[in-house]
Design a protein around this ligand. Structure first.
Ligand SMILES: Cc1cc2nc3c(=O)[nH]c(=O)nc-3n(C[C@H](O)[C@H](O)[C@H](O)COP(=O)(O)OP(=O)(O)OC[C@H]3O[C@@H](n4cnc5c(N)ncnc54)[C@H](O)[C@@H]3O)c2cc1C
Ligand SMILES: [Zn+2]
Length: 611
């Protein structure tokens, strides 16, 4: 009997959970090790599923690969664990059963944990062991990461003609983790040679059925579904699932209506669930035609109301552009800040940039300040966002808030670590790196959340990224810029630079980049200020000649300010000739300084146009 012939003519039933069933029996360790230490228990689970009506059973090899076994120090047993698992399943399989060798996915949310090369090596080893033990087919399951499943599927298809079921897992209804729609994803797996494609784990029947409503019957593969019993709950520290098996009777009928040809169960399901599925549909013929539900259109903000400001990256590509940082106050009271914003606006700047608790010290929320600047000063705000203060939930809520307020210009940065700030004991979250944050914001522009869920609208963010050129190896820093561009960075803003030579170097190293730069210039206010910045602020270095000039200016505040402004103007002169973008940073809310510098640049601009 041949699996592909069988599935051609009828709906097949698969088995349910192995892991959660063992866990519910009080076992909380490496489940695959039980193939050796408790083979009878594994066999009895296979038997129970066969008795319940399963045509297809899967070997207890879900995590029997190097990366997962090494967490338990069991990597040296990999051969025996896989071979024994296949033998155990074959011992209990009866004539009508097909034994599929299972290989589980590795990546979940944290994509960067393993490289694709690591995953391919890991997969290959387990694949060979399972194929050598002679199975009726392969079951690839619980793949959240599309890049991972497509790569391993290609390997498997190249190595064997045996039937392959490829199941992916979804965090959200109808979309993969990277935003690919389920229908596109499944079609791609079918095109890569999987015989059955579908979904398993994480979602229960309700969301799986909803997900499948948009998936047509495919020409070159059958559909499968292995739903979880329910969402997991916690009962006195134990993970539990709802266990109303009768719910699976109705669900099975609906899966059939969606054209599913292979129905089993994943976490939280038991032989009783499989029995309910089998009773409901094993005698019914498969459907042959299906009406697919239409996708709701995602509205772009552009379509709805247009963008208030032209993106900075397109302004700065055409002409000189000034943006000025004026940080939200550290104490309550917003009067001076708003006065500064107005004064700067009058000098003709393109945006006010608002740091996100820079140096890990709390300030009035930059969203609140940015919104006031937009509404009361009628000036564009550029909101810095760090990965330090908000977890993945907070960051997404923050982005939705920015979109709602029409604050479409953002800078995505890692963020100074908490330990350097006013609250050194505070947690630095870093759920995402600056690269991930840039990608996330660009995914929002596609109308999708981190997990691929529709946001209902597309955002319209223009994303700046940070560039610290004050490093030993400028070429390495430029490599980071290239990676940030790949993630979606539209332009860059640099740390303040305090050396003309450094500005030239930055120009040479970055002149071929496709994203424009705003060069950071921050006026020094005193020699002490210069020494503090040079010695204590990570990522900023001041040239010896500038430090000497500030020292020479002496203790007199006015004299020091004048010298600081003169140095800044001279740096501006150099930057102005090489770059269109100038990013002025206001020290200590002393906006008169950046007003003077902005006016100086505007004056230069006028002189140049009159020449
Ligand atoms: C324009 C600008 C605005 C900023 N605004 C804020 C703000 O509002 N709030 C705030 O808290 N902080 C802010 N910062 C500071 C910034 O968060 C820190 O300097 C951070 O360490 C670097 O940010 P990033 O996003 O460029 O980091 P990434 O480029 O993601 O780098 C992260 C880490 O990688 C390492 N790294 C970076 N470059 C190299 C290299 N060349 N070689 C080896 N390792 C490297 C460093 O350990 C660095 O901390 C800003 C910085 C800039 C330049
Ligand atoms: Zn599962």
């Amino acid at each position: 009997m041949n699996f592909l012939e069988e599935i051609q003519s009828r709906i097949l039933i698969a088995d349910g959970a192995m892991g959660t069933l063992l866990y519910s029996h009080g076992i909380d360790r490496c489940f695959e090790e039980l193939n050796l230490s408790k083979p009878e228990q594994i066999k009895s689970i296979h038997e129970a599923y066969i008795k319940a009506g399963a045509d297809v059973i899967q070997t207890n090899t879900y995590g029997a690969n190097y990366l997962k076994l090494s967490r338990y120090g069991l990597e040296d047993d990999i051969k025996r664990l896989n071979e024994t698992a296949v033998h155990l399943a074959k011992q209990v399989a009866i004539d009508k059963n097909f034994v599929f060798g299972t290989i589980g996915g590795i990546r979940s949310f944290k994509k960067s944990a393993y490289s694709i090369e690591d995953l391919k090596r890991n997969f290959r080893e387990q694949l060979y062991l399972i194929l050598n033990a002679n199975v009726d087919g392969l079951l690839l399951e619980t793949y959240y990461d599309f890049e991972e499943i497509t790569n391993v599927l290609k390997i498997a298809r190249k190595e064997t003609d045996t039937p392959i079921i490829a199941n992916m897992s979804l965090h959200e209804t109808g979309v993969l983790q990277d935003g690919t729609s389920l229908e596109k994803g499944l079609q791609h797996l079918a095109d890569l040679g999987a015989d059955v494609v579908g979904i398993n784990c994480r979602l229960g029947p309700h969301h799986m059925i909803q997900s499948l409503e948009k998936v047509p019957l495919l020409d070159n593969a059958y559909l499968s579904a292995y739903p979880n019993g329910s969402f997991p709950g916690l009962d006195e520290g134990q993970i539990t699932y709802e266990t109303d098996e009768s719910y699976f009777t109705q669900s099975a009928l609906e899966f059939r209506k969606q054209g599913v040809r292979l129905i089993g169960g994943c976490c939280g399901t038991t032989p009783k669930h499989i029995e309910a599925i089998s009773k409901a549909i094993s005698q019914l013929p498969p459907i042959t035609e299906k009406q697919v539900k239409e996708e709701r259109e995602v509205i772009s903000v552009l379509d709805r109301e247009g963008r208030k400001y032209e993106p900075l990256q397109s302004i700065v590509k055409k002409k000189h552009s000034i943006i000025v940082e004026l940080d939200p106050p550290k104490k309550l009271g917003i009067k001076k800040f708003l006065q500064g914003a107005k004064a700067l606006k009058n000098t003709g700047i393109d945006a006010l940039t608002l740091a996100d608790n820079s140096l890990a010290t709390p300030r009035i929320s930059n969203i609140a300040c940015g919104s006031l600047v937009k509404d009361q000063v009628d000036l564009r705000s550029l909101i810095h966002i760090t990965c330090r203060d908000r977890n993945l939930i907070g960051l997404q809520s923050h982005l939705m808030g920015l979109h709602t307020l029409g604050l479409t210009d953002v800078l995505a940065v890692t963020g100074d670590p908490s330990k350097i700030g006013d609250f050194p004991g505070a947690t630095s979250v870093y759920d995402l790196s600056s690269y991930d944050l840039i990608s996330l914001i660009k995914q929002f522009n596609e109308g999708l959340s981190y997990s691929g869920k529709s946001l209902g609208e597309k955002t319209n963010f223009s994303v700046a990224a940070a560039f610290n050129p004050n490093v030993k190896h400028l070429d390495k820093a430029v490599k980071r810029l290239e990676k940030k561009i790949t993630c979606g960075a539209d332009y860059f803003m640099t740390q303040p630079i305090y050396s003309e030579e450094q500005i030239y170097k930055v120009y040479e190293e970055t002149k071929n980049l496709e994203a424009p730069l705003y060069i950071g210039i921050m006026p020094l206010t005193s020699s002490r200020n210069a020494e503090f910045i040079h010695n204590e602020i990570p990522g900023i270095k001041i040239s010896d000649s500038i430090r000497e000039a500030m020292l020479k200016a002496g203790e007199n505040k006015e004299q020091a300010r004048k010298e600081g402004l003169a140095i800044a103007k001279s740096l501006i002169d150099t930057a102005y000739d090489l770059f269109n973008g100038i990013y002025l940073i206001t020290p200590f809310l002393q906006y008169e300084l950046t007003v003077e510098l902005s006016t100086y640049i505007q004056q230069k601009e006028r002189n140049v146009t009159h020449e």
